[in-house]
Design a protein around this ligand. Sequence first.
Ligand code: PLP
Length: 223
Amino acid sequence: MSHIQKEIQAIKSGLPEGVHLVAVSKFHPIESLQEAYDGGQRIFGESKVQEMTQKYEALPKDIEWHFIGHLQTNKIKYMAPYVALIHGVDSYKLLAEINKQASKVGRIIPCLLQIHIAQEETKFGFTPDECLAMLEEGSWRSLTHVQIAGVMGMGTNTDDLAQVETEFATLSALFRQMKETYFTDAPYFKEISMGMSDDYLIAIRQGSTLIRIGSRIFGERNY
Ligand SMILES: *Cc1c(COP(=O)(O)O)cnc(C)c1O
């Protein structure tokens, strides 16, 4: 087994039922993804549409491609035919644009609403209040080519693990509130995407269903 395959096995062997690993392969070459694939990994996360599309074209077609980056509206059309889940939807406008591109290719694209839970100013996302206001307003119900499948968030980049745990607990609580208020009859509303290389064990404790791990599997990235 290669280093990449060993890391994937080690992470997966500790995952509770219902928690899935997104292998974040951004900036890593096709050969590294192929190695992970040969070790059984089928979900990959990428943050640039062009890079993801090149990898999609080069690799086996049973891979689930998750887009985890910040999305520009003019790039949606390139991934609309194949993307399995878009994690970082942080405005109604973006959701409506994904809906439009999905309808053109006859698909329903699952999306996660990105919530700002970290202390840093720079991270994208709805505040919890903005997210609830968007759902309450109701226009999203007419977007029949997207499916809101849950929420996504990033913890503060800090050594204060109690802080990160509080943030993940906040995201979990918001997920439950949204489920009870807007998605009781929607079995597809089930994902909480939180947890990266340094904080995924905390995220799992707080109810994560999708952990997004890059450097622990593939090593440091060369930007
Ligand atoms: C890059 C990235 C990750 C992976 O981060 P690592 O610390 O390398 O595990 C996870 N989520 C998002 C949104 C990212 O951009």
